[in-house]
Design a protein around this ligand. Structure first.
Ligand SMILES: NC(=O)c1ccc[n+]([C@@H]2O[C@H](COP(=O)([O-])OP(=O)(O)OC[C@H]3O[C@@H](n4cnc5c(N)ncnc54)[C@H](OP(=O)(O)O)[C@@H]3O)[C@@H](O)[C@H]2O)c1
Length: 317
């Protein structure tokens, strides 16, 4: 798989990275329903076998479980992929609700917990999960810079930041990467965030590029009606009417175009994110080996200028 350099770092990352939110399992308020650890480990091994060299995770995914599953999977292989994890959401023992917190004291506890769960001595990329609470951004970013100096983390990045928030922390220490939401259904970063990242040599690794599965062409009202009661997507507007029908209608047309190009809808959706010049990589949230294998050919899909126009018109509001 092709590799690109992540921002100001020396990390050469594959253009697709493996996400681990769903791999965190059915733990906490933000799980994706039933997920077996065995299947999660199989996906991780298959991704590494096929050239993916980074895994994105967070303590918030399954209340620490995703990090533990990754450690278990890596213990069984010779691979040493780059590990990207995050800080900024806490939970109390015995409770499942996540609380945003970005104080220095909290981050210092979080980094040690992540290192222990992941069973590693240094995190390749440590990211602020969300700019929340915004008033704590300077304190939290300085803490990440100190952790980098101390050698607990190699590089530091942020996620879900606006352009003014990026600028605030860049004045304290250089940002290696941004992890924004970016998909055909969410292009809000194109105006100011992506140009600013390019100008400042900040790597961009997109999350939710398939809009939590909606842009794979596998959704129907029947499927929605049978969605696991414990799946967090019940809380998402996009998985509710009238939004859901509007999206499925546009995705059906995207599927026709994908068929004419002899690729799959999910591959075309991912290829569209990879085609943006500011993109370093895209995270794929595969939760089975079969899904992973369907997604990987996205790196081979070329989109012509004419197709680009057609695709983008399908999703105009
Ligand atoms: N920084 C942040 O705030 C943030 C937020 C969100 C995500 N992320 C990161 O980005 C990763 C990916 O984002 P995401 O999980 O939200 O969404 P995504 O990658 O847009 O979608 C993932 C979901 O799509 C479905 N899927 C995957 N491959 C498929 C295929 N071949 N055919 C049909 N359906 C398929 C799976 O769910 P079903 O099979 O159940 O439909 C899977 O859980 C996460 O794992 C996480 O590492 C970060």
């Amino acid at each position: 798989m092709q590799k690109r350099t992540l921002g100001n770092s020396q990390l050469k990352i594959s253009t697709l990275g493996l996400g681990s939110w769903a791999i965190g399992g059915d733990i906490g308020d933000w799980g994706w329903g039933t997920q077996s650890t065995r299947e999660s480990i199989k996906v991780i091994h298959a991704a590494l076998d096929q050239g993916i060299n980074w895994i994105d995770t967070a303590p918030a995914y399954g209340l620490g479980n995703a990090e533990k599953v990754i450690a278990k999977a890596l213990h069984q292989t010779h691979y040493t992929p780059f590990i990207f994890t995050k800080c900024g959401f806490r939970w109390n023992d015995g409770e499942s609700e996540l609380q945003p917190c970005l104080t220095k004291q909290s981050i210092l506890q979080e980094v040690d917990s992540s290192l222990s769960r992941l069973n590693i001595e240094c995190i390749d990329l440590y990211q602020i999960h969300s700019p929340n609470p915004s008033a704590q951004l300077e304190e939290s970013w300085q803490t990440l810079a100190d952790l980098q100096q101390a050698g607990k983390v190699r590089h530091i990045g942020v996620s879900n930041f606006s352009q003014p928030q990026l600028q605030r922390v860049q004045e304290i220490a250089p940002i290696t990467s941004l992890q924004p939401p970016y998909s055909l259904l969410n292009r809000s970063i194109e105006q100011d965030v992506l140009p600013w990242c390019t100008e400042n040599n900040i790597g961009v690794i997109h999350h939710s590029a398939m809009s939590h599965g909606l842009l794979t062409g596998t959704w129907s009202i029947e499927r929605l009606n049978h969605l696991d009661k414990r799946d967090w997507r019940h809380k998402s507007n996009q998985f509710q009417q009238p939004e859901f029908d509007r999206i499925v209608e546009a995705v059906t047309k995207l599927k026709d175009l994908a068929n004419s190009k002899q690729c799959q809808t999910a591959q075309l959706s991912l290829a569209w994110t990879l085609a943006h010049p500011a993109t370093t990589g895209t995270i794929i949230g595969a939760r089975t080996e079969k899904q992973l294998n369907q997604l990987l050919p996205a790196t081979e899909v070329d989109i012509t200028n004419q197709e680009m126009t057609i695709i983008e018109q399908l999703f105009q509001q």
